[in-house]
Design a protein around this ligand. Structure first.
Ligand SMILES: [Zn+2]
Length: 310
């Protein structure tokens, strides 16, 4: 198998199992260090179109999630992402979100930008969006979709690049929907995630490598990818899961049950005890300091790229 980034055939198997003990090789390119799953002969498009995908990989590990569950889980946390995008979002801005899932990011942009459009392959999510939101969502592949609202000032794609068969072609296709001076903003998992790299927790590695994630990027290989796809800009990293999620992994070798617990900023339920607010302030300070330390060392769970076409 050859490397998708540098085409080298000098690749080694670094592990043989994925989450849920699925047997599949994880390979690493010995020339550029890119990490990826061995490609399945039948390809991956059908895998996402099947309706069990979201049920198996939803935000709650203990139960199957409906589209409404997914929306309700992620929507409250979009403010942090929007804040981190800063001045990119203006009242006249046209935004395209590719792999928009239940439209939670675009819905959170209501009143903040001019035009919002989504693209999504999962047909139950497309139907959910069309029923729920007041912006168009196209249920077609980015390679073939025709979007009359384009070209766009900003194209975003959150936790999608790691799922696609060919990340170079995928980013080039995103570029086709951008204005010449438009901005690309993407987020994807960081291979240097502190739980995997610095803490080196075996149970986390068993959880981290998973069937839907075909590619695993570090800062270096993401820089190689965007360069190859014709973009220039800045790779950053973010830590959004809280310190309690990391302590849980460190002490018990297991995840918390759902996304909301792992990302919440208030640790004790509000009650009549006057001490509660003081403890919550302490935990919040500790959590903020921890996340800043993680990000300063480029060990946050996600990488970001903000850039333009060369
Ligand atoms: Zn390579």
């Amino acid at each position: 198998m050859s490397c998708l980034i540098c085409q080298s055939i000098n690749c080694s198997v670094i592990r043989g199992t994925l989450r849920n003990d699925i047997k599949r090789d994880v390979l690493q390119c010995n020339d550029c260090s890119f990490v990826f799953l061995r490609v399945l002969p039948e390809g991956t498009k059908a895998y996402y179109e099947q309706e069990t995908y979201r049920k198996k990989h939803g935000p709650d590990l203990t139960k199957e999630s409906t589209c409404q569950d997914v929306f309700d889980t992620y929507f409250p946390f979009q403010g942090t992402i929007i804040k981190s995008m800063g001045d990119l979002l203006k009242p006249e801005t046209k935004v395209l979100d590719v792999g928009c899932s239940t439209g939670h990011f675009l819905a959170a942009l209501e009143g903040k930008v001019g035009t919002r459009v989504g693209v999504e392959l999962s047909q139950d999510e497309v139907q959910y969006c069309q029923k729920t939101h007041n912006f168009p969502v196209y249920g077609e592949s980015i390679e073939t979709v025709n979007i009359p609202e384009g070209p766009f000032d900003i194209v975003t794609s959150f936790q999608v690049v790691e799922h696609v068969d060919n990340p170079v072609e995928f980013l080039m296709n995103l570029g086709k929907h951008m204005k010449d001076d438009g901005t690309l903003y993407i987020e994807l998992p960081n291979l240097d995630d502190v739980l995997l790299s610095l803490y080196d927790i075996p149970e986390y590695a068993d959880f981290y490598y998973r069937e839907p994630h075909l590619s695993y990027f570090s800062k270096k290989t993401l820089e190689d990818l965007v360069d190859k796809a014709g973009f220039e800009g800045v790779v950053g990293n973010v830590q959004r899961y809280n310190i309690f999620n990391h302590l849980q992994w460190q002490m018990n070798g297991s995840p918390q049950n759902n996304f909301t617990i792992g990302n919440r900023e208030t640790f004790l339920e509000e009650n009549n005890n006057p001490a509660t607010a003081k403890f919550n302030q302490f935990f919040k300070r500790m959590d903020e300091e921890y996340k800043a330390l993680v990000e300063k060392n480029f060990l946050g769970e996600s990488l970001t790229f903000t850039g333009k076409k060369k």
